[in-house]
Every structure is written in structure tokens, then in C-alpha cells.
Design a protein around this ligand. Structure first.
Ligand SMILES: *[C@@H]1O[C@H](CO)[C@@H](O)[C@H](O)[C@H]1NC(C)=O
Ligand SMILES: *[C@@H]1O[C@H](CO)[C@@H](O)[C@H](O)[C@H]1NC(C)=O
Ligand SMILES: *[C@@H]1O[C@H](CO)[C@@H](O)[C@H](O)[C@H]1NC(C)=O
Ligand SMILES: *[C@@H]1O[C@H](CO)[C@@H](O)[C@H](O)[C@H]1NC(C)=O
Ligand SMILES: *[C@@H]1O[C@H](CO)[C@@H](O)[C@H](O)[C@H]1NC(C)=O
Ligand SMILES: *[C@@H]1O[C@H](CO)[C@@H](O)[C@H](O)[C@H]1NC(C)=O
Ligand SMILES: *[C@@H]1O[C@H](CO)[C@@H](O)[C@H](O)[C@H]1NC(C)=O
Ligand SMILES: *[C@@H]1O[C@H](CO)[C@@H](O)[C@H](O)[C@H]1NC(C)=O
Ligand SMILES: *[C@@H]1O[C@H](CO)[C@@H](O)[C@H](O)[C@H]1NC(C)=O
Ligand SMILES: *[C@@H]1O[C@H](CO)[C@@H](O)[C@H](O)[C@H]1NC(C)=O
Ligand SMILES: *[C@@H]1O[C@H](CO)[C@@H](O)[C@H](O)[C@H]1NC(C)=O
Ligand SMILES: *[C@@H]1O[C@H](CO)[C@@H](O)[C@H](O)[C@H]1NC(C)=O
Length: 699
């Protein structure tokens, strides 16, 4: 770097790659810096404040003004004061000016124009971000936030231009075999967006593996299968069973997910899966299934019309130009039926809504028919490129099966991201095979549209908590985002900046981190009483409120079923130790709640058994341990890495485990990582006393 700097000093321009996620190419013009503390306002070019990017997948693109407002609130993460957003006709001193221009033409890896490019120019008086579109400008604001964080709020003076190599960058989440609350999906969008990923593919229907060698037809009809969109249109009445209404998305909910994600530049691509993985449809209409009810009988006259009815109902919900119809793992002996299905649905969806479709690359072997060439195939097969398809790389090297698998990993493989090119160097979306370069198209192949890393929930809802899906991606996904964009980050650089950037990702707190002055996050000594206020002696001021309880000599007593202590906290993620003394009254019902929070509940029992249990995402994870009544026990609930433990008295730590059913023929015991429930003590029937309530940020 020093040599390079000397060499170009004559032109007074120092070309460098700024470390960030993704990296950013920059020409520094002086060694001076611009401090963000000089910024007094965000200015939006009045000519373009209502402009939107029409080139992306989203049908609800935010305006430049809307992105500017998001940017202004995101700057709070840097500890800056809230800046006002104003319209202006030009940049001014002490401002960050957001505008749009076509003066610079931004090209992707295949040499095509992209609207996602931007130029970031830092002058002594202010900053100008010029997007090829509002989305491009928004990506520029991500770069600014990252560089400001890494530069202690100072930016180098000069200018850099940047654009993505590939237009589709992101992840797929299997929300069919596991329910995810809408807030979680929105937080994942925020995570993606900070690293300039623009696509969140939601797999919205699926079922556990229908093991026809073992299961009776009755058992198949009862096997876990879900369709997550709940419409009140009579045409699809019964598709979502009433007991799953609370684990599906209404139109309002789905609208909110889509618009919240779009606000950060992320498009939701919905997938409704058929004709394989379609048990939920044959549970609704059993006559549509083959002998294996998870496969639809395409030659049955009502099957395609039923799928058209489903799509006709839901197409108006979808705010993307592309939808995904699934189409994987069908019966290869029925290849012609499969291809007929795919082409018919493609034509139907196009004529009904104007949308394009994607399918998984099942590549069924027909001698007489082919999948239409205007369908994008999500796969990693070079031959498909040769046959003229657009291919969205869903490299199975980045497939994750949550929690357990005989063949796939449980986290993104960071080594593979940085070393996955078989000819040397990092992986990129054109790398279909990390071992054999013969199987990879060139980097500039226009038929490679990007990459989607997929996370599957093969073993269903109890295999993992909601947040374990995030942890499968947490440490590796930003690195993958750098490669999806076309960045040149190295592993040592990544490791050196990850924590700093991770700590400021706006719009989410997936770690369920809690700000704290020391390792003691919360401590209730119950020493003094101030009306209903319970003092937090940690120094963080997380005072609680006691309702219907009494405090005496370091003990708080909940004496009626509705007595409760509420805290200003909700939940604490990895790592934590939550300790307290507890004396549950024998009057407490067997299933009463000790502690509850945003992501979990600790209960005395599950209603029929008195085993102490943590509940998360409707699943109960019980210990083989019953808390004794009417005596004091010291308890510590411990979240350590991907596992959760409880210690009672001087006993050994007991581990909360989940039991996975593996395709109906075996079981697998695995750890489960559950957030600490912190919002409320008691309030749901529990009666008894607590003392020495303390939360530490270590385990
Ligand atoms: C950029 O070019 C496109 C067409 O190429 C045009 O529609 C658009 O208005 C231009 N934008 C600006 C800011 O000049
Ligand atoms: C840096 O300056 C050189 C020479 O003017 C130019 O070719 C290059 O595109 C610039 N790089 C960026 C990222 O703006
Ligand atoms: C599929 O539907 C066709 C047409 O109705 C029927 O002849 C065939 O028996 C069905 N297949 C199965 C396995 O039910
Ligand atoms: C493929 O695209 C063309 C227009 O680009 C359209 O006319 C045709 O119907 C499409 N075919 C299918 C199967 O969607
Ligand atoms: C395609 O042709 C091959 C060779 O003739 C044959 O073995 C195979 O069964 C055929 N496949 C289908 C789906 O008809
Ligand atoms: C849990 O963490 C342990 C130790 O850090 C690791 O070996 C294991 O692979 C992790 N398990 C999962 C399912 O992530
Ligand atoms: C991660 O990827 C590297 C490089 O492809 C490979 O050698 C290694 O075995 C992988 N690790 C795991 C745990 O799969
Ligand atoms: C690489 O892939 C090509 C094409 O699939 C194949 O012919 C060749 O044998 C492979 N090489 C190795 C070393 O596996
Ligand atoms: C409590 O757990 C046991 C064992 O898992 C189960 O059989 C029982 O149905 C559960 N009771 C309730 C109310 O969930
Ligand atoms: C949804 O309802 C079912 C049945 O009433 C219940 O078991 C489950 O806990 C509920 N899920 C949520 C997310 O409230
Ligand atoms: C639970 O603990 C009891 C007593 O310690 C023991 O007898 C029993 O076998 C345990 N049950 C399981 C399922 O581990
Ligand atoms: C939690 O602790 C584990 C070691 O048990 C460590 O590997 C991990 O990075 C910690 N997680 C967080 C989010 O601090």
C-alpha cells in the first residue's frame, strides 16, 4: 500500500480498496479527512426526491426521499444526533446530499447496465452520494455508514464508484416447515440490506418428508405440512387449517413484511411449492395427490386448475416482478407431467399478472418436452447455461439444513466463501463447482443472475428456534454478501471488521443484545421499595415495576395469580447467565409461568407434567427436573453458544435438548439455543417469592 501511494502521488490520487462489507474502490485526493460531526443535515435533490428505481424486482420501490429518511434514522447507530432531511437544489457545506444521475454508467459483471450503482464523493465541506437510482444511492449510504464506523466517524476525502456484479443477491428461508414471526423476517431484511443484499426468497409452503415406506395414508394426511398465507377468499377456504391461523400471514401482515423489507432495498420473492413438497395441498384436497400424497397428480383434471386458483388468489398479494413456483424433487418417471405443469403455470402466471417465474433445477429427463426458456432456474448446473436458461446459483455448498443433517452443514462455511474458486481465490456467483473449474461458467456470463443461499428446515418446527435460523447465517452471510456483490474482501480483513460493523446494523437486534455498562446487565436486590418501582442496581437503570407484589428484606413475593414484576427488557440472546432464588408456592398451578419474554417462556411445567420447561416458538423443551415447592432453590438459566442449560442448587448443569424425528425412522437429540425471557416475572398464575435476580452477559 505504501509503495502504491508513492507511485501515484504525482497525480495526487491514491487509488485504494476501502475495507468494508462489501469492499469499496476509492480514489483519495488528499490525506485530509471529513468528519461526520460537521454534518448538519441530509439534503435530497428536489428534482429527484420522488424518483423510484423501476429496474429492480420490487413493485413498491421507495422514493429517494424515503430512503433518505431511513438513512437519517440509521445514522443514530453511529451515535450521531438525529439529522433533519430537507429538499435542496444543490449540495451545501455541512450536508450529505443525495441525488441521481446517469453521468456514470454502471455495469455488472456481464457488462450490462445496472441501476444499483452509485458514486460517493467526500469533499472538505460535505458529502455527495449520486445513485444511478434511489436504490443505488441507498447502497451508497450503507457504504458511508460502514466507512464512518471503521474510520471513527471520519471519511477519507476523494471519490469512489461502485456497483454490483450480479442483480440477485440474498437468501432463501424455509418458512414452510418452520413458522417465523413477521418481525423476525423484517429484521432479517435489515441484516441483508446492510451488506447490500437485495433478495429475500421466502419458501411459504412445505411438509416434513413423507416416508411412504413407513407411513400409512392416515399418517401422511396428518403429517406436519403448512401453507403460510391465509386468505379469507372462499376459493381457498380450508387450505390453512384454523389451528394454524396464528402461524400464517394475513394479507395485511404480508403487505407489512414486503413494504418493510422494500424500505431497505430488499424484495421478498414468494414461493408456493408444487407439484412436489405439496402435501399441504393434498391434505386439503386428497384427490389431487399421487400415492405419495406429497406429490400432486398432474394428470388429474382438477390439479392444475386448483394450483391456478391458489395463484390467482395470491398473485395480487405479491409485490415482486418474479415469483417462485417450487417445482423440485418430483417423480422423474413423470417428467413430461412435470414440464407440462411448469410451463402451464408459467404461462398462467404471466398472463394473469405479468410476472416471471423461477423454479428449482429439478431438470426432469424428458425426451419430448422442455421447460420454457423464459423461466429462471435456481440451481448450479452448467448444462442449463448451455441450454440457454438464466441460472440463479443456489449452490448446495451454501445450503444449510437447520440443526442437523446427514449431508449438509448447519452454518455457512466461511472458508468456502473465501477460498471456493477451484482455480484459486474467493467464491463468486459464477462458481457452480468449488472443486472442478470445468463446471463453472465465466465470471461475465450474462446468464448467471446471482446467488441465493438456502436454509432448509427438513426436521420441522421443533428442531430449531426462530433465531437459530439467523445464527446459521450470522457469521458467514456478510462475507457471502461481499462475494455476491463482487467485492474483494479477504478473510483477515473480514475478521478484523466483522464485530464493529455487526454492532451497528440498523433496523434489527437479532442478537437480542442489551446495552450495559458492565457484564452485569440487570440486578434486582429487592432491598428498597419505591412505590411500585423495583430498583436495578446494575447501574443500567433497568428498573422494574411491581404489580400486586410485595418487597421485603431482599425478597419479592407474588401473592396472587396476576401478581407480576415487569422489566423494561424483553429478551437476551447468546451469551447469558440469568440467576435467581425462587420459592414457588404449592398454590402455583402446574403449568404456570415463571418468566416470559419476547422469544421464550420459562414454565413450572407444561400443564400435565411438572417438568421445568422452556417454551420457544410454541415448542416446549423440558428438563427431567421438577422445581420443589415451598422451599428456596438457587437457579441459573444459562445460554452458552448454541446450547441452553439450567443449574438448580449445587447440582450439575442440566441441558435443554430437542428431539428431532428423522423421517419417521429415528430420533436425534440436539442442543437448542433459547433466549432468556426477561419481560415479566409471574403474572400467569405463578405464586411465590424471588430473591437475588441477576442477568450477566456471559455464560
Ligand atoms: C437516466 O436514464 C434513463 C434512461 O436511460 C432515464 O429514463 C432517466 O430519466 C435518466 N435519469 C436521470 C437522472 O437523468
Ligand atoms: C480512480 O481514478 C482512476 C483514474 O482517474 C479511474 O480510472 C478510476 O475509475 C477511479 N476509481 C474509482 C473507484 O472511482
Ligand atoms: C392420476 O389421475 C389420473 C387421471 O384422473 C388417474 O387416471 C390416475 O389413476 C391418478 N393417479 C393416481 C396415482 O392416483
Ligand atoms: C415466454 O415469454 C414470452 C414473451 O417474452 C411469452 O410470450 C411467452 O408466453 C412466455 N412463455 C411462457 C411459458 O411463459
Ligand atoms: C428417453 O429416452 C431414453 C432412451 O431412448 C429412454 O431410456 C427413457 O426412458 C426415455 N425417457 C422418457 C421420460 O421417456
Ligand atoms: C454448536 O456449537 C458447537 C461448539 O461451538 C459446534 O461444534 C456445533 O457444530 C454447533 N452445532 C450447531 C447445530 O450449530
Ligand atoms: C468448508 O469448505 C472448505 C473449502 O471448500 C472445505 O475444505 C471444508 O471441508 C468445509 N468445511 C465444512 C465443515 O464443511
Ligand atoms: C471435472 O468436470 C468435468 C465435466 O463434468 C469432468 O469431465 C471431469 O472428469 C471433472 N474432473 C475431475 C477431476 O473430477
Ligand atoms: C406435556 O408433556 C408431555 C410429554 O411430552 C405430553 O405428553 C403432554 O401432552 C404435555 N402436556 C401439554 C398440556 O402440553
Ligand atoms: C397457535 O395455536 C395453537 C393451537 O391453538 C397453539 O398450540 C400455538 O401455541 C399457537 N401459536 C402461536 C404462535 O400463538
Ligand atoms: C428422570 O429422572 C428420574 C429421577 O432422577 C429418572 O428415574 C428417570 O429415568 C429420568 N427420566 C428420563 C427420561 O431421563
Ligand atoms: C458466545 O460464547 C461462545 C463460546 O461459548 C462464543 O463462541 C460466541 O462467539 C459467543 N457468542 C456471542 C454472540 O457473543
Amino acid at each position: 500500500m505504501r509503495l502504491l501511494a508513492l507511485f501515484v502521488a504525482a497525480s495526487a490520487v491514491v487509488a485504494e480498496t476501502l475495507v468494508g462489507i462489501p469492499t469499496f474502490n476509492f480514489n483519495a485526493t488528499t490525506s485530509a479527512k471529513f468528519s461526520l460531526s460537521q454534518v448538519k443535515s441530509i439534503l435530497v435533490d428536489e428534482r429527484f426526491q420522488h424518483s423510484v428505481d423501476l429496474d429492480g424486482e420490487t413493485l413498491i420501490p421507495p422514493t429517494l426521499l424515503a430512503f433518505a429518511q431511513t438513512f437519517a434514522s440509521d445514522l443514530l447507530e453511529l451515535g450521531l444526533p438525529k439529522l433533519s432531511v430537507q429538499e435542496a437544489d444543490a449540495a451545501r457545506a455541512g450536508s450529505i446530499f443525495l441525488t441521481i444521475s446517469n453521468d456514470t454508467v454502471f455495469l455488472d459483471a456481464a457488462g450490462r447496465k445496472t441501476s444499483e450503482g452509485y458514486t460517493l464523493t467526500v469533499e472538505e465541506q460535505g458529502v455527495v452520494i449520486t445513485g444511478a437510482s434511489p436504490l443505488g444511492a441507498f447502497w451508497g449510504t450503507r457504504t458511508l455508514i460502514q466507512q464512518a464506523k471503521l474510520g471513527d466517524l471520519e471519511l477519507p476525502i476523494g471519490s469512489g464508484s461502485d456497483s454490483p456484479g450480479w442483480k440477485t443477491r440474498g437468501v432463501m428461508l424455509d418458512a414452510g416447515r418452520h413458522y417465523y414471526p413477521p418481525e423476525f423476517l423484517i429484521e432479517i431484511c435489515a441484516y441483508l440490506s446492510f451488506f447490500k443484499q437485495n433478495t429475500f426468497h421466502l419458501h411459504l409452503s412445505d411438509n416434513l418428508f413423507n416416508n411412504v415406506d413407513i407411513y400409512s395414508r392416515e399418517r401422511s394426511l396428518d403429517l406436519y405440512a403448512a401453507f403460510r398465507l391465509n386468505s379469507d377468499d372462499p376459493a381457498v377456504a380450508g387450505l390453512v387449517r384454523p389451528y394454524r391461523f396464528n402461524e400464517s400471514y394475513t394479507r395485511d401482515t404480508f403487505d407489512n413484511i414486503q413494504s418493510s423489507c422494500a424500505a431497505r432495498g430488499v424484495t421478498i420473492i414468494p414461493e408456493l411449492e408444487a407439484p412436489g413438497h405439496a402435501l399441504v395441498i393434498s391434505q386439503w384436497k386428497p384427490e389431487l395427490g399421487l400415492d405419495d400424497l406429497s406429490l400432486l397428480n398432474i394428470s388429474f383434471p382438477e390439479t392444475i386448475p386448483t394450483m391456478e386458483t391458489i395463484w390467482r388468489t395470491f398473485l395480487p398479494w405479491f409485490q415482486a416482478k418474479t415469483v417462485h413456483i417450487g417445482a423440485d424433487e418430483y417423480d422423474s418417471s413423470l417428467a413430461d407431467d412435470y414440464i407440462l405443469f411448469v410451463n402451464t403455470m408459467s404461462a398462467f402466471i404471466r398472463s394473469t399478472s405479468g410476472k416471471s417465474i423461477r423454479i428449482w433445477g429439478t431438470n426432469e429427463p424428458s425426451n419430448t418436452s422442455v421447460v420454457s426458456h423464459n423461466i429462471t432456474i435456481q440451481d448450479q448446473v452448467l448444462e442449463l447455461i448451455g441450454e440457454g436458461y438464466e441460472v440463479l446459483n443456489s449452490d448446495d455448498g451454501f445450503y444449510i439444513v437447520n440443526k442437523f443433517s446427514g449431508s449438509y452443514p448447519q452454518q455457512l462455511n466461511i472458508t468456502r466463501i473465501f477460498e471456493g474458486n477451484p482455480v484459486g481465490g474467493a467464491w463468486a456467483p459464477n462458481i457452480f463447482d468449488t472443486n472442478n473449474a470445468t463446471n463453472n461458467p465465466p465470471r461475465n456470463d450474462p446468464r448467471v443472475v446471482g446467488e441465493i443461499a438456502a436454509l432448509w428446515n427438513d426436521y420441522g418446527p421443533n428442531a430449531s428456534t426462530v433465531h437459530e435460523a439467523y445464527y446459521a447465517w450470522r457469521d458467514g452471510l456478510p462475507a457471502l454478501a461481499d462475494k455476491q456483490w463482487g467485492g474483494v474482501l479477504t478473510r483477515p480483513e473480514y475478521d478484523s471488521i466483522f464485530d464493529a460493523l455487526h454492532s451497528i446494523i440498523p433496523g434489527q437486534n437479532l442478537d437480542r443484545a442489551i446495552a450495559s455498562k458492565t457484564d452485569v446487565i440487570l440486578r434486582y436486590d429487592f432491598a428498597t421499595v419505591h412505590g411500585e418501582t423495583v430498583i436495578d442496581s446494575s447501574g443500567n437503570g433497568y428498573d422494574g415495576t411491581c404489580i400486586g407484589c410485595s418487597i421485603n428484606n431482599g425478597v419479592i413475593t407474588l401473592s396472587s395469580p396476576s401478581s407480576r414484576l415487569t422489566t423494561p427488557l424483553t429478551s437476551k440472546g447468546r451469551n447469558y447467565t440469568l440467576s435467581f432464588s425462587i420459592n414457588p408456592s404449592s398454590k402455583s398451578p402446574i403449568g404456570s409461568t415463571i418468566l416470559s419474554g419476547a422469544d421464550s417462556t420459562l414454565v413450572l411445567g407444561n400443564g400435565t407434567l411438572s417438568s421445568l420447561a422452556l417454551i420457544s416458538g410454541n415448542q416446549a423443551y423440558a428438563l427431567n427436573y421438577t422445581l420443589p415447592r415451598d422451599v428456596w432453590t438457587d437457579v441459573a438459566l444459562i445460554g452458552r453458544g448454541n446450547a441452553t442449560f439450567l443449574r438448580a442448587g449445587s447440582g450439575d448443569e442440566m441441558q435443554f435438548l430437542t428431539v428431532l424425528g428423522i423421517n419417521g425412522d429415528s430420533f436425534e437429540w440436539e442442543p437448542i439455543a433459547i433466549e432468556a425471557p426477561l419481560a415479566q416475572i409471574g403474572g400467569d398464575g405463578f405464586m411465590g417469592s424471588f430473591a437475588k435476580f441477576e442477568l450477566l452477559g456471559t455464560a
